[in-house]
Design a protein around this ligand. Structure first.
Ligand code: GDP
Ligand code: MG
Length: 298
């Protein structure tokens, strides 16, 4: 078998067990986060690298919005979000009856026309609604047949995850590993912090978020009682700087506060965060800057 490598979009309602599943599949080390400008923007939730394959589990801004129930924004984002993966891993909680919200996700999946594996999660607790989910998926997918497998699992106890990994491996394309195994944790940490900050801008600015906004974390210093973090926010135009700062600097201030709260959870320590905005014309076309930001072409 040739080496296989695929991007897998993990979708599903809140609390169905997406994070638990990724953690169990990948083990202790939850990795990074990185983001790519424009339509290929995505967030890496974890990378599983084995001898013969690499799976990159990604999360998508469109579905974040969905979680925040900004239904009107959904269609706008959906096209550019679900479509970035090679495969969709759709996680459902079979201990709960599928409610209306589930159907919106199903519609998005079917619209994407991307092969999908359905993980029927939490079977350790009960399997009451397994058939309801299977029937619902089949109802929405009567023509394309993109739902390739339905796998009952317990993300919490690790049940049937080898089976799940097997079908995911089968469905991802052949190709070289996208991330090297050696990529070290500092690198991951920088990305992870940058992405938290970027996510906060996204939540505050929504459609106003400049496509060219990028965050680069240039310093993480443990000073004992406090961790000092310095990040640069890159934009391409002066007008974008104004958006990022907000009226009287309120946007960047709020982003700082919210990011700090998340980053403090990572370090279990107080964090001081220093955010600077830089206007750098055409940075998206500058290979050196792109490389520094960790962007790679896909
Ligand atoms: P997410 O919002 O989809 O990322 O869901 P989480 O991974 O945060 O899980 C939500 C809750 O469901 C947590 O309390 C988990 O412990 C629980 N959970 C996740 N997977 C399972 C499972 O397989 N069985 C049971 N019984 N609980 C689970
Ligand atoms: Mg989660």
């Amino acid at each position: 078998m040739k080496f296989k490598c695929g991007f897998i979009s993990v979708v599903g309602r809140p609390n169905v067990g997406k994070s638990t599943l990724i953690n169990t599949l990948i083990g202790e080390k939850i990795s990074i986060v990185s983001s790519i400008p424009q339509t290929t923007r995505y967030i890496v939730k974890g990378i599983l690298t084995k001898k013969k394959y690499q799976m990159i589990f990604i999360d998508t801004p469109g579905l974040h919005l969905f979680h925040h129930r900004l239904a009107a924004e959904l269609n706008y984002m959906a096209k550019s979000s679900l479509g970035v993966g090679d495969l969709i891993l759709y996680v459902v909680d079979v201990t709960r009856f599928p409610i209306k919200e589930e159907e919106s996700i199903l519609k998005l999946i079917v619209k994407s026309q991307i092969n999908t594996v359905v993980a029927l999660n939490k079977v350790d607790k009960s399997s009451d609604y397994i058939n309801n989910y299977i029937d619902l998926c089949k109802k929405y997918d009567s023509q394309l047949k993109i739902f390739k497998y339905f796998i009952p699992i317990s993300a919490l106890e690790g049940t049937n995850l080898d089976k799940l990994e097997g079908v995911l491996t089968e469905l991802i394309p052949e190709g070289e590993a996208f991330y090297s195994k050696e990529e070290n944790t500092d690198f991951y940490m920088e990305f992870r912090i940058s992405d938290i900050i970027r996510e906060k801008f996204f939540l505050f600015l929504k459609k106003e978020l400049p496509h060219s906004l990028a965050v680069k974390t240039i310093e993480i210093t443990d000073k004992g009682k406090i961790v000092y973090v310095k990040s640069v926010i890159l934009v391409e135009r002066e007008s974008q700087r104004k958006i990022v700062l907000g009226n009287k600097g309120e946007v960047i201030k709020e982003v700082g506060v919210k990011s700090r709260q998340d980053i403090e959870k990572i370090f279990s320590k107080k964090v001081y965060i220093d955010l600077q905005v830089k206007v750098l014309k055409d940075w998206q076309r500058n290979p050196r800057i792109l490389a520094e930001l960790g962007y790679k072409e896909i």
